[in-house]
Design a binder for this molecule. Structure first.
Ligand code: ADP
Ligand code: MG
Length: 462
């Protein structure tokens, strides 16, 4: 099969998988998949680490296989491999979700507002629709400032970071809408390019293949505002980082505004080149914190009002208590309630809520136990589970034990003494020490941090 065809089949399969497994699972596990190519009758898909590779193969391997075979009969087998850092991947595919799921905005009447390097903006993501509270007020204020006065000293680049579903993309689109609609400080049209880091890589790599790097650079350098979303995915060891760095410097030097988002602060983006990290932190860095109960209530109130369906305060409180992970899920739950109410003409009550959302609520009720954490961590580090409670102090068992204590503190509501008891009757100060030690190690060692982070996600999503 021709490469472009393979790419489009792959994009479709990814889209299907995303719809099937849901946003969280997709982001956590399937998104890092990259197509390495078709070798004979075998499709090779690569993943960043052995751990992720095993998870994807065990949990989704059969489905990925079936989808490939259905899409092209030539494929007999799908092989999941670990990406070799020495051989950078060149088959970087565009993220299908952004292309397919989001409503398109007609930009015909604003030919200057964007060019073809940019992705469409979501019409719902405006400043008006963004609810401000303690956890996001700083990020919101910075975004407003940039929208009013792009490339203003001290705010360039604007770097927004925070966990999934806390409003980074929303704020970036809001800036873009504001600027394209209102124009810059002097009322002149502003050209804004918003794209994901994955799309950036994809465009760049296609440009190299098509011998069009000059045009690509010119396009990028011709914008007034460049926004790159989810920079943590700019992982290419090849020259994409280099190119990004040059474009970045060029634009900042030329007085153009840059807005970046990522899931971590610039200094924690350890996969990126040092120079780039330093440069990213030079302007304004604003952190979106996890939502508070109050903010979740305000967001729900605002979204319910927009939907025009009366939702009793009791139901809003119930949701804000139950769904604490991220705003996207909160919004999803509310949308489902509203759709249900509209479809069946029922009023929304606490009872209907529990009935309609029983699966979502069950997932959130499910608590991880310390035993499960011990089991997973032992598996991950290849030690016997009994070492979790043993007295042995050799590093090979003590470190995993500390990780398990750390995760127990993070993922359960158990107190330090309770955790200590579950780890062979250890003292609570031992647990405290483990938590701070793991924190330190995660700061110092990117690989270690990645392992712990993956374990956390796996335990959360299992
Ligand atoms: P991120 O990019 O940080 O993962 P998004 O910007 O995509 O998160 O936000 C996820 C969803 O939650 C979007 O639908 C967004 O509109 C909504 N959302 C997040 N924060 C807020 C907020 N403060 N007010 C209103 N909606 C919000
Ligand atoms: Mg986002």
């Amino acid at each position: 099969m021709e490469q472009p065809q393979l790419a489009s089949v792959w994009a479709k399969i990814r889209g299907l998988l995303q719809a099937e497994v849901g946003e969280a699972e997709y982001r956590n596990w399937l998104r890092p998949m990259t197509l390495s190519g078709l070798f004979g009758d075998e499709i090779a898909i690569s993943l960043p680490t052995g751990f992720v590779r095993d998870w994807v193969r065990d949990h989704h391997g059969a489905r990925v296989n079936a989808l490939w075979q259905a899409a092209c009969p030539k494929v007999r087998r799908v092989d999941f491999v670990v990406r070799d850092p020495a051989h950078p991947v060149i088959e970087v595919m565009p993220e299908p979700a952004a292309e397919m799921a989001k409503p398109r905005v007609d930009t015909e009447d604003k030919p200057d507002s964007r060019n073809d390097i940019a992705a469409a903006l979501d019409p719902r993501f405006t400043f008006d629709a963004f609810v401000v509270g303690k956890p996001n007020e700083v990020a919101h204020a910075c975004a407003r400032r940039v929208a009013e006065q792009p490339a203003c000293h001290g705010f360039n680049p604007l770097f927004l970071y925070g966990g999934v579903g806390l409003g980074k993309t929303h704020l970036m689109h809001a800036i873009a809408w504001e600027l394209t609609e209102r124009g810059g400080a002097n009322g002149k049209p502003v050209s804004v390019a918003y794209l994901s880091a994955e799309k950036f890589m994809y465009r760049f790599i296609s440009a190299i293949r098509g011998h069009q790097t000059i045009q690509f650079k010119e396009q990028l350098r011709g914008v007034d505002v460049l926004m790159v979303d989810d920079l943590q995915f700019l992982i290419g060891k090849d020259n994409t980082q280099e190119e990004f760095f040059h474009t970045f410097n060029y634009l900042v030097d030329a007085g153009k505004q840059i807005v970046i988002s990522a899931d971590k602060s610039p200094s924690d983006l350890t996969a990126l080149d040092n120079r780039l990290r330093t440069r990213l932190g030079c302007g304004m860095v604003a952190d979106l914190h996890s939502t508070t109960f109050e903010l979740r209530i305000s967001i729900l109130e605002s979204k319910a009002a927009r939907a025009g369906v009366p939702v009793p305060p009791k139901v809003l409180e119930f949701l804000a208590h139950k769904i604490t992970s991220n705003v996207r899920e909160l919004e999803g739950a509310l949308n489902r309630l509203v759709a249900h109410a509209n479809l069946f003409g029922r009023v929304i009550s606490l009872e209907t809520t529990q009935e309609v959302l029983h699966d979502i609520l069950r997932a959130h009720d499910r608590k991880v136990t310390i035993e499960e954490i011990q089991k997973r961590v032992s598996e991950h580090y290849n030690i016997r589970q009994t070492e979790m409670t043993s007295a042995r102090r050799a590093r090979a068992v003590a470190r995993p034990r500390q990780v398990a204590m750390y995760l127990s503190k993070q993922l359960t509501t158990r107190s330090l003494p309770e955790i200590g008891r579950k780890f062979g009757n250890r003292d609570h100060t031992t647990v405290m020490h483990a938590v701070s030690r793991v924190n330190e190690l995660m700061q110092a060692d990117g690989d270690f941090a990645e392992g712990v982070e993956l374990l956390r996600r796996m335990l959360e999503s299992s």
